[in-house]
Design a binder for this molecule. Structure first.
Ligand code: GDP
Ligand code: MN
Length: 393
């Protein structure tokens, strides 16, 4: 689950990290009111930022500075409703505009291969890290944090020195360690600050000071760990969740949309991956990963079928069920029910083995379903059907 910048900043702030003030506005009036507050409090400008769950908002015109309430309102009016990479902007973040001296990149990511947390820092901030990795990999400084001990002081210092943050060593160490603490506190996969910025501010006496702050924040949470953090579910942004993701989540199905034409319905994640591999080997492209889970009843099967068919690219379906707790006849009933309701006719190949496979076979035969004895045969038939239907990728 991806968090909006404003929510991510809230979590960082809760862990003592330096984040500039902000407000969230859903319309021009709210944006104007927020801008008025920040300007009255002494800010020279305000920044207005689209809150959508995609990167590169700046380049897309979704981040703008304004020097007056009127300008903030007109900028917010332009950003609200804007389409950024297919996402409609429904809210904006307003904050005091930062006077940026230099931008850095700092992130904590889950490193599965190393079974730990990887800290990545770079003096080339504001740029997407993938670009830096491609054009100047040496500019990325890496440190692995111990999963139990977190990032140790000397590691944080090495990271900061490597990034050239000598003048802000204390703050950089605190922030780097704070990213790891935040990551662990919420079971996040990623906590990314881009840019981490040195900003120029005036202190109470009017003297200019430079400070290191988190200007942007991106956090993604591990969905499988959300049960451990009941409060975080509230931060899910319903506006930005793809409808099929929402449906799948509510039906208790694990569903990941892909680009191919062959819809797959399988029980068990391992079998689902194997099925996708075999579809590819037979020359087809899977349209999705779908694990209906153990013990799925017929209504869940029907729901899974609706999800698969909602994708207009799907022109063949492969059902592969290995009955254990899941009963083959239940799945067969679900398929029959689903086909009775289904909005469009798509060829389907069904392979059901294991618990109640005989009953399933009888039901499927009576309903005139295309079946297959082996998985290879099923994959081949599905790919042929997709090809016959037209556009196998
Ligand atoms: P992203 O493009 O979606 O990653 O959005 P960011 O929050 O990172 O903003 C993009 C860029 O806008 C940053 O790299 C900065 O250069 C610039 N920016 C963001 N906030 C401010 C601000 O308060 N003041 C100034 N001057 N520039 C900002
Ligand atoms: Mn950014």
């Amino acid at each position: 689950m991806k968090l909006q910048e404003a929510d991510a900043k809230g979590l960082l702030l809760a862990h003592g990290l330096p984040v500039p003030e902000w407000a969230v506005a859903h319309d021009v009036a709210e944006a104007g009111a927020a801008a008025r507050r920040f300007l009255a409090a002494g800010a020279d400008a305000v920044v207005v930022k689209a809150q959508v769950l995609v990167g590169g908002r700046g380049k897309a015109g979704g981040v703008k500075l304004a020097r007056s309430v009127e300008e903030a309102e007109s900028v917010a009016g332009a950003i609200l409703g804007m389409d950024i990479k297919g996402m409609t902007v429904r809210k904006v973040l307003i904050g005091p505009g930062a006077d940026i001296v230099r931008e850095y990149y700092l992130a904590a990511v889950l490193d599965r291969a190393e079974r730990g947390i990887l800290l990545m820092g770079s003096a080339e901030g504001g740029v997407e890290i993938e670009t830096v990795a491609a054009t100047n990999p040496a500019a990325i400084i890496r440190q692995h944090a111990d999963p139990n001990l977190g990032l140790l002081d000397f590691q944080a210092r090495q990271l900061a020195f490597g990034m050239g943050l000598h003048a802000h060593l204390k703050a950089a160490v605190r922030i780097a360690k704070g990213l790891v603490t935040t990551m662990k506190a919420y079971d996040a996969d990623l906590v990314e600050i881009n840019p981490l910025a040195i900003v120029r501010e005036r202190d109470a006496d009017g003297a200019t000071v430079e400070r290191l702050v988190c200007l942007d924040a991106k956090i993604t949470l591990d969905d499988s760990a959300l049960a451990r953090h009941p409060g975080l579910e509230e931060l899910r942004d319903p506006d930005e969740e793809a409808p099929e993701d929402k449906e799948a989540r509510e039906a208790g199905l694990t569903f990941i949309k892909l680009d191919g034409t062959i819809g797959c319905m399988v029980n068990g994640a391992g079998l689902a991956m194997t099925t996708m591999d075999l579809v590819k080997r037979a020359g087809g492209e899977p349209a999705n990963f779908l694990d209906i889970g153990g013990g799925a009843r017929s209504d869940k099967v029907a729901e899974a079928m609706r999800l698969i068919l909602a994708d207009p690219k799907v022109n063949a379906i492969l059902v592969n069920i290995f009955g254990g707790i899941t009963r083959g006849d239940e799945v067969a009933r679900g398929l029959i029910e689903a086909r009775a309701q289904q909005a469009r006719e798509v060829p389907m190949v069904v392979r059901i083995v294991g618990t109640n496979a005989t009953e399933a076979a009888a039901l499927l035969q009576e309903a005139r379903f295309e079946t297959a004895g082996s998985l290879d045969e099923a994959a081949m038939k599905a790919v042929e059907a997709a090809r016959a239907a037209g556009t196998t990728a």
